[in-house]
Design a protein around this ligand. Structure first.
Ligand SMILES: [Zn+2]
Length: 58
């Protein structure tokens, strides 16, 4: 077993070179998401943590 899937799109990783992603595209997209999260403006979370549950899923 141990069939790896892309951690970004959940497709089966075809090229071991890009593991744990299926391609360079997914690797870059995931990296960009990570960077966007890291560089989020501080305070944005605090502003929405005051009881606004509009983002909460049913
Ligand atoms: Zn992928």
């Amino acid at each position: 077993m141990g069939r790896a899937v892309c951690v970004y799109c959940r497709e089966r990783a075809a090229v071991p070179e890009w593991a744990p992603f299926c391609s360079e595209r997914c690797k870059l997209l995931d990296l960009r998401n990570w960077v966007d999260g890291r560089y989020r403006i501080p305070g944005e979370d605090a502003a929405t943590a005051g009881g606004d549950d509009s983002d909460r899923q049913p």
